[in-house]
Design a protein around this ligand. Structure first.
Ligand code: ZN
Length: 96
């Protein structure tokens, strides 16, 4: 996905590096769809899906980048998406 397109529908952005597209409650989980800019291809953003249990530190993340596919483990995009989501939730709490 091109970052340019992502940024149009983002509800939150962190330093033009990470974008939050949606956050919704699904049962016990909070599910967030984010896009994080690639380090190697500057116009490309990878989709990161984060699921977390509010009130706990438990979360699972999935990223579409080659690094994640290859290693099957957390990549830097997931880490960045998590930071952006934390900031977004902080902001959402303040405006409520
Ligand atoms: Zn990744």
């Amino acid at each position: 996905m091109q970052c340019r397109e992502v940024s149009r529908s983002a509800v939150y952005r962190l330093d033009e590096e990470a974008y939050i597209l949606s956050v919704e409650r699904r049962g016990l989980w909070l599910v967030a769809v984010a896009y994080v800019r690639s380090q190697t291809e500057k116009e490309v953003c990878y989709q990161v899906v984060l699921k977390l249990r509010p009130g706990t530190r438990y979360f699972v993340g999935r990223c579409e980048c080659p690094d994640y596919k290859y290693r099957g483990g957390p990549c830097k995009h997931i880490v960045k998406a998590k930071v952006a989501l934390r900031e977004y939730l902080k902001m959402a709490k303040q405006t409520r």
